[in-house]
Design a protein around this ligand. Structure first.
Ligand code: EPZ
Length: 420
């Protein structure tokens, strides 16, 4: 079982590369099912989640070749529209093959993704939308069995869901007529999927608004697409700079993708400078300052950055109230932070009160989920002494060789192999 060993309190300075967003490349890989032509993706990060989705798609007959931060997918010989539990249970975004399979082939049998550490993660909104588009949906033996054909519809999402928005857009682009989606998610990864689909020939209007209008087309074609930079990885390294009073240049990163996080960090006197080929974060004069955080849908404060800021606020002078409004169980890193000396009270399942302390001390801690795990790495970078972060397979899902990038910046971090 691999772990990270960190000796904290090293200033981070230097340059790293930010590649394409995990949460953009996953729906875009599923969208490759919508055409028989090759889809060539660049700026791709080698993440375990990407590998798992590639394995699922190959199990259906997708041809996949991988190059240096590139991947080409071609669905000209799909032999099965069955997405097996073995894959979907490992990586829940695999469920997003449902919409494209149904849209192009008229049938699909996809394992329900099940819950995960941060919440029950239901898919009722996905199925509501497909039913409104005429799909015959049966849930049997842990699988969603869907049969078309689909027809256009006017869909009202009562709650904003990134995944349900992705899935419904992919179901609608090949469906005859005009499908209208009210209250879609507006995350940059949604915009990136739409950008890809438009390159493929899809007819989508109202991008970035609360009403998407999709006019179905007969067929979609191949294209080349560079994945949007990963805004949560960008936020991660911005917090790493803040916690070590460092200065980091993130090649490929874009400030406009992390506005809510940057606004929060500016209160701690962290300076951002967008340059043509990347983003400079200067935290040499940082004074960590308490501030309230409420997570909400884009463009609000991203839930995926909550654990990153919780670690930072543990060392910020004053009291900070953090409210997690998106997921029901996204404070699992808190007890671990408290083992490092953080003063945090869990007021209820959605709210914690952080009283900043002057120093955290290194400890052995355990990751329970991707972003919580990275939050613990960030805390370890600031803590005095040695920390061991266990179960880092959670972290490898969303960060490619995190330790290499941190070492490049001057962190004392090693990937070690612990006896199981
Ligand atoms: C995506 O998950 C991201 N994952 C998550 O990132 C991110 O935290 C989340 O969006 C919110 O931004 C990927 O893109 C692969 P949702 P998704 O559907 O689509 C409820 C990370 O760390 N809901 O927007 O699953 C749901 O339970 C991951 O990179 C329903 O009730 O999130 C949650 O409370 C974690 N019914 C809320 O909506 C549904 O049918 C938002 O979920 C669907 C969702």
């Amino acid at each position: 079982m691999y772990a990270f060993r960190v000796i904290g309190q090293k200033k981070l300075n230097g340059t790293i590369e930010i590649f394409g967003a995990k949460n953009a490349v996953l729906p875009i890989m599923a969208a490759a099912l919508l055409t028989k032509d090759p889809i060539h993706l660049t700026n791709v990060s080698y993440l375990s989640d990407v590998m798992i989705l590639a394995q699922l798609l190959e199990s259906m007959g997708m041809k996949i070749t991988q190059g240096q931060n590139e991947i080409t997918l071609q669905a000209n010989n799909i032999m099965s529209t069955h997405a097996d539990y073995d894959y979907v249970s490992k990586m829940r975004a695999s469920f997003w093959v449902l919409g494209p399979l149904l849209s192009r082939f008229g049938h699909a049998e996809v394992s329900l993704p099940g819950g995960c550490a941060i919440g029950t993660r239901p898919v009722d909104l996905y199925l509501m939308a497909l039913k409104e588009m005429g799909a015959d949906i049966r849930v049997e033996n842990g699988y969603v069995k869907a049969v078309g054909p689909l027809h256009s519809a006017e869909i009202f999402f009562p709650k904003i869901s990134v995944g349900a928005t992705h899935n419904t857009i992919m179901a609608a682009v090949l469906t005859k007529g005009t499908t209208i989606i009210h209250n879609p998610a507006l995350e940059p990864e949604i915009i990136d999927l739409i950008s890809l689909l438009q390159k493929m020939g899809a007819n989508i209007q109202g991008i970035g608004t609360k009403t998407l209008i999709i006019n179905g087309v007969e067929q979609l074609n191949g294209c080349t697409h560079a994945i949007v930079p990963d805004r949560i990885e960008t936020a991660t390294f911005a917090v790493a700079a803040a916690l070590t009073q460092g200065k980091i240049f993130m090649r490929g990163a874009r400030l406009n993708l992390i506005s809510a996080v940057a606004d929060t960090l500016k209160k701690s006197n962290i300076r951002f400078e967008q340059q043509t080929d990347g983003l400079l974060v200067d935290a040499q004069k940082a004074t960590l300052t308490a501030t309230p955080i409420i997570t909400c849908e884009y463009p609000g404060f991203p839930t995926d950055a909550q654990a990153l800021l919780t670690s930072l606020l543990s060392l910020a002078k004053g009291e900070s109230l953090v409210e997690e409004r998106i997921f029901e169980n996204r404070f699992m890193h808190i007890p671990e932070l408290k083992r490092m000396g953080a003063n945090i009270r869990i007021l209820n399942s959605h709210t914690v009160l952080i009283r900043g302390v002057s120093e955290l001390s290194g400890a052995t801690v355990m990751s329970s989920d991707l972003r919580g795990g990275v939050g613990l790495v960030l805390a370890a970078l600031a803590a005095k002494g040695e920390s061991i972060i266990q179960r880092i397979y959670h972290i490898d899902r969303g960060y490619y060789q995190l330790e290499n990038k941190l070492q490049q910046l001057g962190a004392d971090i090693q990937r070690i192999n612990l006896p199981d």
